[in-house]
Design a protein around this ligand. Structure first.
Ligand code: DAK
Length: 259
């Protein structure tokens, strides 16, 4: 299949690399990228030969710098809530529930929806230059693709509160200490490291791996997910949301009004 925003390459008969390819926008996720990722990932899931998928961003700067701010700044609250639910169904929850393991090779910025995508993957490794964060509240919105749920599940509630409320990025070594990524390597070794991890997985039973993923996921319920989508839509009603996203586009600091 041909994609406008992805490069799909088989590194061996069992291992597929999917690269998000919008380097000029730091691989930001718009609706088309989300839909193409769904198509590419579901093709891998349905292909009996593919046993592991590696996901990365093109270029040396970013894995994914978030949802495309220039696209979502114009959404209404209803569209915000609907797109949060749709994005989860097509991509974020879809990845998490795949029986084919997905390794996120974080090769630079993983921010907002970009970190949420990495959090949905089964494994994460990072390059030394990687920076991770959920900066949504600096734009007057909240993480809307599962970040309020999954970050706490990966690194604990206190650290998730700190990262989400301060909107600050953490570097790769802190992400390793937090348990957000399982390896940190120089950028030029990142893909090799991901392949090595994939090879260890591919020695094992693909059926058992799929069942193990399902069993592990079963203990993490998503009872807060619908609430997150509802509150995400609510944030779109606020003046702060308009100010936060406009300030980003105008390359200035936002001035928020208050509660
Ligand atoms: N969206 C759109 N364009 C982006 C972008 C993004 N998230 N991030 C970067 N770009 C674009 C920049 O606008 C710039 O484009 P031009 O001006 O050249 O046309 C180009 O990529 C290069 O970026 P910079 O010039 O800013 O590069 P720097 O090295 O100076 O800075 C940076 C890199 C990553 C620190 C900076 O670009 C940055 O702060 N980016 C934004 C990070 C961020 O706030 N990400 C969004 C988080 S909010 C939704 C569900 C969930 C979400 C949204 C909607 N729905 C259900 C509707 C989630 C929201 C988020 O992800």
């Amino acid at each position: 299949m041909k994609y406008n925003n992805l490069i799909v390459k088989d590194l061996s008969i069992h291992l597929r690399l999917i690269t998000i390819n919008r380097p000029k926008q730091l691989n930001a996720l718009n609706k088309e990228v989300i839909s193409e990722l769904h198509d590419a990932l579901s093709a891998a899931e349905e292909d009996n030969n593919i046993r592991v998928v590696i996901l990365m961003g093109s270029g040396e700067k970013a894995f994914v710098a978030g949802a495309d701010i220039k696209e979502f700044m114009h959404f209404t609250p209803e569209q915000g809530r609907a797109l949060s639910e749709e994005g989860k169904r097509l991509l974020f929850d879809y990845v998490e529930n795949m029986h084919t393991p997905v390794i996120a090779a974080i090769n630079g910025y993983a921010l907002g929806g970009g970190l949420e995508l990495a959090l949905s993957a089964h494994l994460r490794i990072a390059s030394e230059n990687a920076k991770m964060g959920l900066p949504e509240v600096s734009l007057g919105v909240i993480p809307g693709y599962g970040g309020t749920q999954r970050l706490a599940q990966h690194i604990g509630k206190s650290r998730a509160m700190e990262m989400i409320l301060t909107a600050k990025m953490i570097d790769a070594s802190k992400a390793f200490i937090y348990g957000l990524v399982s390896e940190v390597v120089p950028l030029e070794k990142l893909l090799d490291q991901a392949v090595e991890m994939a090879e260890s997985i591919m020695k094992n039973s693909p059926v058992a791996i799929g069942l193990a993923i399902e069993a592990i996921n079963a203990s993490y319920n998503r009872s807060g997910s619908a609430k997150e989508s509802e509150l995400f839509g609510k944030a779109f009603e606020s003046e702060d949301f308009k100010e936060g996203t406009t300030a980003f586009v105008e390359r200035r600091k936002p001035v928020f009004k208050g509660k």
